[in-house]
Design a binder for this molecule. Structure first.
Ligand SMILES: C[S@@+](CC[C@H](N)C(=O)[O-])C[C@H]1O[C@@H](n2cnc3c(N)ncnc32)[C@H](O)[C@@H]1O
Length: 293
């Protein structure tokens, strides 16, 4: 088995300009943002003057999880970026949040393409997106014609995902404000099956009623429950993680442990990354994915 390294290709609206010394400089559409990046332990390619000249705004960390943006050049509070692949055209609303996020994880584009390609041949596909955030995977699945359930525990995040659906010219995604684990267990009890399941669990999280999510303690049980609701004949599964120190082999082991009803010939695992024009690769999480077709 070889591990794969995947990165989005030919995306004019996104660019990793430089990284290093604990930061990254990225362009989202017309706006350039400077953010902390703990994994960038190397030196920057460009000098401080160039970073300052390019950046519209910079995220300054105040606590371990929050901070604020300093603006250097005029930019709107909200703006849009487009993503296209095959017949799929997605539009995302971006904004500067208090958690250094902007509403999109660009490296996930490789998974949107995969989902779109694998779901299109499945007639009447039902898809569940867990820990679904602003909905990149939900939009890709919906664009492929699937019925989509989008589950997240934060109301504002669901509203943001809905705005992305509308901006992308899509309709009828089912929005679910629910604890991901609780929902999967309930669906398993009801004997509900999904052809596509995407899960992108954070290291720590909370359900809407304060239900605790802790990746290391709960991922094995969640994987088991997810395996029980994945359709046994026609299926696509994408499992992501951003947790520092988590290796792709960990997810692969979980999949081999629990998805015993599914053929895993096409299982692929590896790292996602973002690439600078110099060729330098910034790690951006790990994935394992497989499909029946
Ligand atoms: C790392 S983000 C996922 C990124 C997303 N898959 C993407 O590519 O855009 C984690 C998301 O999980 C949600 N979350 C955290 N704990 C949760 C829980 N217990 N149940 C459901 N969603 C949860 C958060 O609100 C957040 O939107």
């Amino acid at each position: 088995m070889t591990l794969k390294l995947l990165t989005p290709k030919n995306w004019q609206q996104y660019e990793l300009i430089d990284s290093g010394e604990g930061e990254k400089l990225e362009r989202f559409g017309s706006y350039v943002l400077r953010r902390p990046e703990p994994q960038a332990v190397w030196r920057k390619r460009m000098g401080e003057a160039q970073w300052q000249e390019r950046a519209h705004a910079r995220f300054v960390q105040q606590g371990s999880h929050s901070g604020s943006w300093e603006r250097y050049r005029p930019m709107p509070d909200q703006w849009y970026v487009d993503y296209a692949y095959g017949g799929m055209k997605l539009r995302f609303r971006l904004g500067l949040t208090g958690f250094k996020h902007v509403g999109i994880f660009p490296e996930q584009a490789v998974n949107w393409n995969y989902l779109y390609d694998k779901l299109r041949p499945i007639k009447g596909a039902r898809v569940l997106n867990l820990f679904a955030y602003t909905g990149g995977a939900s939009l890709a699945a919906r664009a492929a014609g699937a019925d989509v359930v989008h589950c997240d525990s934060i109301k504002n995040v669901l509203a943001w995902a809905r705005a992305n659906m509308q901006a992308s010219g899509l309709t009828d995604i089912r929005w679910l404000l629910e604890d991901a684990f609780k929902f999967v267990r309930r669906e398993a009890k009801r004997g509900r099956l999904y052809h596509g399941i995407v899960l992108d669990p954070p290291a720590y999280g909370h359900g809407p009623k304060g239900e605790k999510w802790k990746l290391e303690e709960m991922i094995d049980e969640l994987s088991q429950a997810v395996a029980a609701i994945l359709h046994p004949e026609q299926y696509v599964l994408i499992f992501n993680s951003y947790s520092l120190g988590f290796s792709p082999l960990i997810i692969q082991n979980l999949i081999h442990t629990h998805f015993t009803q599914h053929a895993l010939r096409k299982l692929e695992s590896g790292e996602l990354y973002l690439q600078e024009s110099s060729g330098r690769k910034l790690p951006a999480g790990i994935f394992s994915r497989f499909s029946s077709g």
